[in-house]
Ligand binder design. Structure first.
Ligand code: ADP
Ligand code: MG
Length: 309
């Protein structure tokens, strides 16, 4: 820009500013707020001005209220963005969880974990228990809470993540995937143990756990006690041992025991429909590869790798 053009532009702005200092020009105010990228202030400027005038409020109060609306809107937008990016399959909250259905689960402990300090400490959480007992519900609920508290979260199923690695490897994009993972604060890995992994999948997940160690917090749900984890990782005892060593270095293990909530809900519905007294809900059956699904990982069976705190 030449010197003469520059001075003309400065003059024009000064003229504009002089005009606006003597009279309120809505379009000019709008264009300034647009330039400053404060869309909520821009949208709410006249409404708040009316409210302030009605209550004889000061100029400072006007500005404060507008700024507050802008900040609130930005925070809400950021939370919505983080929740969307996390890709939770369903919306579940700690508040919707019926703790009376799982008396052995300590509600206070869950509420404490929902404060998300475990993420600052780079600790992990493992939910272990039979199907239908609310593991995924609670893992998602913690992830959603993390998003609301400003952390970047992402949901994967264990097999989905193994596939993602496989695809990334085929496309020579592993480094890119690892960079994306590194940017996250907490990852929810659901259903570890439901589908055994082949050698390559096991190695990918081993790499994933190593990468996340003391860098990214993990919330893992599984139906298998630790002693059976080699089944998931291509029956490789050494790799599974090394993986568990890292995963359980800083860990909260939540063992959920009890009947399947789905099963109980089904029985309740049937009872309501027929008016008959249903048979008592049986313990959720464990599938062929679940082993002792009710075994608590913090009380491992003989041969299990004991978790360290
Ligand atoms: P899991 O992952 O242990 O197999 P889910 O978390 O998928 O079980 O739970 C199955 C269904 O039952 C979900 O819709 C979940 O919201 C609900 N559910 C399970 N336990 C509870 C509970 N204690 N309170 C409220 N809903 C529950
Ligand atoms: Mg589940």
């Amino acid at each position: 820009m030449s010197k003469s053009t520059e001075s003309t532009t400065v003059e024009a702005v000064e003229n504009e500013a002089t005009t606006s200092s003597i009279q309120h020009t809505p379009t000019l105010l709008q264009s300034y707020l647009k330039t400053l990228r404060v869309p909520t202030m821009w949208r709410e400027a006249s409404t708040v001005a009316r409210q302030i005038a009605e209550h004889d409020g000061s100029y400072e109060l006007y500005l404060q209220q507008l700024a507050e609306l802008e900040v609130q809107q930005r925070k809400a937008g950021a939370i919505a963005r983080r929740l969307k990016q996390a890709q939770f399959p369903v919306n579940k909250e700690v508040g919707d969880f019926d703790f009376t259905a799982v008396p052995k689960l300590n509600k206070k402990r869950m509420v404490d974990l929902a404060q998300c300090n475990f993420i600052n400490l780079r600790s992990n959480i493992i939910f272990n228990g039979p199907p239908g007992t609310g593991k995924t519900h609670l893992a998602i609920a913690l992830g959603r809470e993390a998003c609301r508290r400003g952390y970047k979260a992402k949901f994967f199923t264990a097999s989905g993540l193994a596939n993602l690695y496989r695809e990334a490897r085929e496309e020579r994009q592993i480094l890119k995937l690892e960079k994306q993972i590194q940017k996250l604060d907490v990852i929810i890995m659901d259903e570890l143990g439901y589908i055994p992994l082949d050698r390559q999948g096991a190695e990918h997940l081993f790499g994933f756990f190593s990468q996340c160690y003391e860098q990214v917090s993990l919330v893992v749900t599984t139906n298998l006690p630790f002693v059976d984890w080699p089944q998931i990782f291509a029956n490789d005892q050494r790799m599974t041992g090394a993986l568990l060593d890292r995963l359980t270095h800083h860990v909260h293990i939540i063992a959920i025991d009890g009947d399947s909530f789905r099963l109980k809900a089904n029985i309740k519905n049937k009872k309501a429909a027929t008016g008959t007294k249903p048979a008592k809900a049986s313990k959720a059956p464990s599938t062929a590869n679940t082993g002792n699904a009710n075994a608590k990982p913090n009380q491992p069976r003989k041969g299990a790798i004991p978790p360290s705190k």
